[in-house]
Design a protein around this ligand. Sequence first.
Ligand code: SRM
Ligand code: SF4
Length: 564
Amino acid sequence: MKPGIEIYIMSKLSAIERIKVESDALRGTIPQSLQDEITGAIREDDQAVIKFHGMYQQDDRDRREERAAKKLDRLYTFMIRLRLPGGFISADKWLAANDVAGENSTGVIKITTRQTIQLHGIIKAKIRPTIQAFNEAHLDSIATCGDINRNVTCSSHPNESPIHAQVFAFADKISTLLMPKTKAYYEIWLDEEKIVDKKIEEDPLYQDRYMPRKFKIGIAIPPNNDVDVFTNDIGLIAIIENNELKGFNIAIGGGLSTTHGNAETYARLASIIGFVDTEEKVLKAVYEILTVQRDNGNRSDRKLARLKYTVDRMGIDSYRTEVEKRTGFAFEPARPYTFTRRMDNYGWLQNDKGLWYYTLFIENGRVVDDENIALKTALLEVAKTRKTNFLFTANQNMIISDVAAADKDVINEILERFNIIEHTEKASAVRKNAISCVALPTCPLALAEAQRYMPSLINKIEPLLESHGLQQDNIVMRMTGCPNGCARPYAAEIGFVGTGPGRYNLHIGGDNEGERLNTLYKENLGEDELLAAMDQLFGAYVGGRAAGETFGDYAHNNLLSQAN
Ligand code: SRM
Ligand code: SF4
């Protein structure tokens, strides 16, 4: 019997476990669900299965009441998320995504906190055309959701290091290594022939039960921790000495979600278990970290199923020992590294190869033309030159990348013409450092607003900061509409976590570089209470900080004793 399999057999499995095993390698009854014209929804079990194909069933929560009053079904639509390891997309692919967004979705392209994009509001009949159009552009959404390895993130800016490309390539290699073997995606969405010889689909990693829960991997290139590496199930920290990639420190067991009122749930930063040098060893270690979690993760209670709980239950040393047993080699002691920043490097920067990169600010990752700025049109114009690629950042921004010196003026002229440069330069430090999750109206789990509310809250926080002389400070502030933590609020210096309509828990005291979680300071505050609390906190910080002390450090060292 494989290690841990007894837990799988003997415990009461969660409903999703049955759905996965019975899904015929992630096919479920999706074709039948798609054919059903009576409803815009798909069958309940298929709602779990399509997540592995990178899509979620949602409904417009703003319109629930109005539709219920008219005795109408909910307005069901789907969100589709692309797989873009390290957040890289070529100009041609961006043009395709732009077209698909316009034709089949709400039109908004949403850059996520894991360096990819998703489209909302796709009706059932448009799912297949959407996936097919993506496929024509060599884009896919495989495994971007579900109990499986998700989009692999990587420090985004190529000027971080001359060997950025070498590290960056690991995002793609890891993503490919951990792809599921099933051909269901191609069969259902792309009309490829049905697999007759099921042996082709045998999946030694995921088998038929996949992971106990979602699984996330991030790669950081010090000194920038833009990917929040310690919030991942596996965090890889590139160790670069004398401009040479020596290998990676490997950290395991990061994860942020908590559930209000469930004391067994907690946010956790990943713990470093050692250093690994060659590519072969890195990939082997990553793979076996997954197999240990596959065999030992909790499959009864999905709230306690992430790797962080397995690591704490088994103990970090036992977990490492089990991984070492499976890889056949031992981890070396972790090597030194230093993180000094997490924010994006805005504006034009040149890398060691002479190529130019422009990082632009995109509030909450929403690429759309609005009354202030024609962001989507500007990016379309930039892409049409075909003189650039694009990179998404884990801070929900975008880097216009790989621009040859001879083409920089052309791109700059477009950015000037559409006010992108002014928009990026004029945004305040607090706004440029802030991120917030999607929340309402599409997220079924939202308890409060996030991306629709954060900009207006920042309008009120900016004058507060100014009154305390803090307008230049890069304080990291993040908001989510519920405690699942999609904008990583627990790893922020100030986190707002939705508890109900218009109400948020206030967390303070995370550090600026993402190496310490914050702590709950005050619960269930409305806007006036939030602003009053922050006014007081900023005042205390300005009055009491030591030279060079960041807000997060000051709050951690001095203010948390006042928490209630
Ligand atoms: Fe998330 C579920 C959006 C990053 C923790 N997340 C959801 C769903 C799919 C709601 C659902 O289950 O039906 C949200 C869809 C909203 C919508 O309408 O689009 C959603 N999560 C997002 C995104 C789009 C937020 C954003 O505004 O950028 C991010 C997509 C990332 C990606 O491209 O893959 C996103 N989610 C995260 C992160 C941050 C990260 O990974 O760096 C976290 C916290 C880190 C972690 O995983 O611990 C996160 N999302 C969750 C959880 C809690 C998981 C858990 O351990 O319990 C859920 C709920 C669940 O899985 O049951 C969730
Ligand atoms: Fe939805 Fe909560 Fe994630 Fe925000 S944090 S997108 S509200 S699940």
